[in-house]
Design a protein around this ligand. Structure first.
Ligand SMILES: Nc1ncnc2c1ncn2[C@@H]1O[C@H](COP(=O)(O)OP(=O)(O)OP(=O)(O)O)[C@@H](O)[C@H]1O
Ligand SMILES: [Mg+2]
Length: 465
């Protein structure tokens, strides 16, 4: 088995030079000095708050085989086991491009306003029976996450799956041109990061940038169940995309989903494609989760792997952390049911989560809803928060807590609903929420990452688990 890289290969790919470093294998790439793998190359990247160059000594002390540093820092520091380049981020990108250039497997890219990570994980699950899969960890989907994931792509893997995200127009283009996917998936288009766009239509156009990096003859796989599909089609045609395949609830979808049944711990559905009908079952409740799984099923079919093993693998598929996992805390006969949606929120995922929570019955107590702000929605934010009214009412909670300044707009229109309290920060409400909870209740917690509801979820698990 060949190593991920050799020092000589990295020097060649980055146009750098080795300083007090002999050639040898590099088995991992790391940008975090606290997380140094065996024979790792530590790449010193400058982030928003920290500069990796300050951690080069720690990384080498922790066992890194070498560190990739910038010329400016090398002049100041000197040192052992270094690869020196003009710009470390550009070097990481070049390493990513070199990994892609030598790769003989199939590359899949996933973008969308919600469900990227979940869909990426569903695809990983569906393809794992077919061979070695390399995929982004967590949501490593930005200007450093994508090149890092690409630089880690093992040459012998069969599949590479890359999450690509964006907050601004123009961000996807350079990333997808590095990744050069054979297959590009767009999970959905919705109001997210709207403060950086004029309209959701502009968001659709920005997602469509993913077509610009598609390999010649590549395939676009598009979800049908949003209002911007025609925009994606137009852009795909303009970009010369060879083949467009669709999935979703819409009658027109090539992979058509019907008869969805949301059960307490699973979701089942029928999927029709060409002459075939499949029974799909996944280990997490939610109609939106079925859509993510069908994307994975379609990918398995499109890359030439059978649907059988994919369906079998997806039967075990459950939500990544904070994206709708249900915890039963305490006594099995009368647990506290906790639905953890604390990872993030925008209009699409809020609607999806409320829909899942609707049929949930508290085991024998209150049905509680804790909702935090959907951030980065710009001028339309109050109106978009208020627009949740009907969905919140339909969820049937007996007690509702609202957290964040933007939630004031929802609080104002939720007349008649049992709003227990609204506060601007989670700290102000935590104790009130916790002291009102008991075994037998159900509680769903959802809000944008910046509202920091994950801490509340952790406390609930600690106190009631
Ligand atoms: N297809 C979908 N439609 C709407 N919401 C979804 C969908 N899939 C997952 N979600 C919900 O959206 C939230 C975020 O999910 P996920 O992490 O998969 O999205 P993401 O696009 O990777 O987000 P990020 O931009 O933060 O990386 C979760 O609450 C999840 O349950
Ligand atoms: Mg993600």
């Amino acid at each position: 088995l060949q190593p991920l890289w050799t020092v000589a290969e990295i020097v060649a790919a980055t146009g750098g030079r080795a300083e007090n470093l002999i050639d040898g294998p590099i088995a991992a790439i790391s940008i975090d000095s606290r997380d140094i793998g065996f024979k790792a190359l530590f790449v010193a990247i400058k982030g928003d708050t920290l500069d990796g160059h300050d951690f080069v000594p720690q990384a080498l002390a922790a066992g890194a085989a070498a560190a990739l540093v910038s010329e400016a820092h090398f002049r100041a520091l000197g040192g052992q086991n270094l690869i020196v380049v003009p710009d470390t981020l550009k070097a990481l990108e070049n390493l990513g491009r070199a990994a892609r250039a030598r790769f003989r497997g199939t590359v899949i890219a996933v973008t969308g306003s919600a469900g990227k990570t979940t869909t990426k994980e569903a695809i990983r699950a569906a393809l794992t029976p077919a061979g070695e899969v390399h995929a982004s960890i967590k949501s490593f989907n930005n200007h450093w996450g994508v090149p890092l994931t690409l630089a880690r792509l093992p040459r012998e893997a069969k599949f590479g799956i890359f999450e690509i995200g964006m907050n601004h127009p123009g961000e996807i283009t350079p990333l997808v041109k590095m990744v050069r996917p054979h297959l590009a998936v767009i999970t959905t288009v919705a109001a997210a990061h709207l403060q950086f766009f004029n309209s959701v239509a502009d968001i659709a156009a920005a997602k469509a940038e993913i077509f610009l990096g598609l390999e010649p003859g590549g395939t676009a796989l598009l979800n049908t169940d949003h209002e911007y599909l025609h925009i994606l089609f137009n852009h795909a045609r303009k970009a010369g995309v060879g083949r467009i395949v669709t999935y979703g609830l819409d009658e027109s979808a090539d992979w058509h989903i019907s008869n969805i049944e949301v059960l307490p711990t699973r979701t089942i559905a029928q999927v029709t494609h060409a002459e075939n009908t499949y029974g799909l079952s996944i280990a997490v409740p939610g109609r939106h989760m079925i859509a993510n799984a069908v994307a994975a099923l379609a990918v398995a079919s499109l890359v030439g792997e059978g649907t059988g093993p994919a369906l079998q693998a997806l039967a075990q598929f459950s939500a990544p952390e904070g994206r709708g996992e249900t915890h039963r805390l305490g006594p099995p006969t009368k647990p506290l049911l906790l639905v953890d949606e604390s990872y993030n929120a925008n209009l699409a995922s809020m609607a999806a989560a409320l829909e899942v929570y609707g049929p949930v019955r508290a085991p024998g107590g209150e049905k509680v809803l804790v909702l935090g702000d959907m951030l980065e929605l710009g001028a339309q934010s109050p109106q978009l928060h208020a627009s949740l009214k009907d969905k919140v009412l339909a969820a049937g909670a007996t007690r509702i807590f609202l957290i964040g300044p933007s939630m004031a707009a929802l609080a104002a229109v939720l007349d008649g609903a049992p709003v227990a309290a609204h506060a601007n920060t989670v700290e102000e409400l935590s104790e009130t929420i916790l002291s009102g909870l008991a075994h037998g209740d159900s509680v769903m917690v959802k809000g944008s990452k910046g509202v920091r509801l994950a801490g509340l979820v952790k406390t609930i698990r600690d106190r009631f688990g």
